[in-house]
Design a protein around this ligand. Structure first.
Ligand code: AMP
Ligand code: MG
Length: 405
């Protein structure tokens, strides 16, 4: 089977992955989801002109020449208001966020004041700084006005976005749902429990990893555990999963050549495309649908599972959930050590440790082992270096890097 270039394989997957139908939710349930319809402002934020500082609300004309002594006729804290209309020679003590009283056009900050106490029955203050009209006043609607476009479709609801929705009283928002994703691992050799291994057995590791990766992508994950290499059992589990999930991720059993129950079952109940992708690791990969539900068949070697998830499943799951930026952020980094390889027709996706240097550039070094079974080394990586086919890169060369963290 001819190898498929990575971008071509990624296109097959993205084109075969539907975007889920959006629905309206209370904004408090939108955290981590992606906005589906433009969000418009409905109210003024802030609702009233208010003060940006603690100090004294004044008529700027009264403080044109300083120092000047004024009569303190009241006090307003945030959450309070006053009906008093400020007259010449008067001031009102005011706290950050409090509405600007009528008649005032500026605020002198408390640092530029000196309390004089009660003089002739009136509380007096000396102000030592002149301020222009509008000074330290945050006008109503300075942040949000009715009709403002706050967020376009495709915006992830981050904590800051959630804050805006709350602050602007946008109570109902249309969002894409979190994809419901079933994860299962296959292989008779896999052992999950804490007991000595018998010859031929290996400890299961992909399941915990892939469940975590799916959750980290923002999906609602169902852990279906290890499914034994039994066709009837695997078929039942896959069909059940397809009935109430938006996607299925499997690991193991997708390599070329050897007979595998995963291939036999998926070949029967799904429209799988079995691929040999021109990358290392993670060359074998399968993608298809069971009753319209996308199935991502990741290879079993743990590092291959991780890299395959990153290259195919993560972008596709993000697409399902309405994200528009599907790929990891990428930068051109400096290889601080050689990234050695031989020509083999594949792009090598080397796991590296990336740091930002004082030169403002990203620098990478390969993690200590690059085998597709050596998850311990790969787990220390925070980036993937894309090393093109050929004889590798020397120390000091530029290399494209996908940042994982
Ligand atoms: P497969 O893709 O099923 O041919 O598996 C390739 C290699 O990965 C074999 O050495 C398997 O034992 C190993 N492997 C498969 N699944 C897992 C898993 N869930 N955890 C750890 N190793 C696995
Ligand atoms: Mg297997």
């Amino acid at each position: 089977m001819a190898m498929i270039p990575l971008p071509e394989a990624q296109s097959v997957v993205l084109e075969g992955t539907p975007v889920l139908d959006p629905h309206e939710v209370d904004f408090t349930a939108a955290s981590g989801l992606v906005i589906a319809d433009r969000v418009l402002g409905t109210e003024l934020v802030p609702p009233l002109d208010n003060t940006a500082v603690d100090g004294y609300a004044v008529r700027s004309a009264d403080v044109a020449s300083v120092p000047v002594e004024l009569t303190v006729v009241g006090e307003v804290a945030a959450g309070a208001a006053t009906d008093h209309v400020l007259a010449e020679g008067e001031t009102i003590r005011i706290m950050t966020g409090a509405p600007i009283p009528a008649g005032c056009d500026a605020v002198v900050m408390v640092e530029d004041s000196e309390r004089l106490g009660v003089v002739d029955g009136a509380e007096r203050v000396r102000l030592t700084a002149s301020v222009e009209a509008g000074s330290a006043i945050r006008p109503a609607g300075d942040d949000v006005r009715p009709g403002d476009v706050l967020f376009e479709p495709g915006t992830p609801v981050t904590p800051a976005v959630l804050g805006v929705l709350a602050g602007a009283n946008c109570r109902r928002v249309s969002v894409y749902p979190a994809a419901r994703v079933a994860v299962l691992c296959t292989g008779d050799e896999l052992v999950d429990e804490d007991r000595p291994l018998r010859p031929g057995e290996v400890r299961e590791s992909n399941r915990r990893m892939v469940v975590g990766l799916v959750a980290e992508t923002g999906c609602a994950v169902t852990d279906l555990g290890i499914v034994r290499d039994d066709e009837a059992e695997l078929e039942r589990v896959l069909l059940d999963a397809a009935a109430d999930h938006d996607a299925i991720v499997t690991t193991g059993g997708v390599s070329m050549g050897d007979y595998d129950v995963v291939k036999a079952v998926l070949g029967r109940i799904a429209d799988m495309t079995w691929m040999q992708v021109a990358i290392k690791p993670a060359k074998p990969f399968a993608f298809g649908h069971i009753g319209g539900v996308p199935v991502f068949g990741l290879p079993g070697n743990p590092v291959s599972s991780l890299v395959s998830f990153e290259m195919f499943a993560r972008p596709a799951l993000r697409r399902m959930m309405g994200h528009t930026r599907l790929a990891r952020p990428s930068v051109v980094a400096v290889a601080d050590e050689a990234l050695g390889r031989r020509p083999d027709g594949k792009v090598h996706l080397m796991r590296v440790e990336a740091t930002f240097g004082e030169d403002g550039r990203c620098h990478v070094v390969p993690v200590r082992a690059q085998g597709s079974h050596q998850l311990a080394a790969t787990a220390t990586a925070n980036a993937i270096a894309v090393v093109p086919d050929g004889d590798g890169l020397s120390a000091g060369d530029d290399v494209a890097v996908l940042l994982l963290g």
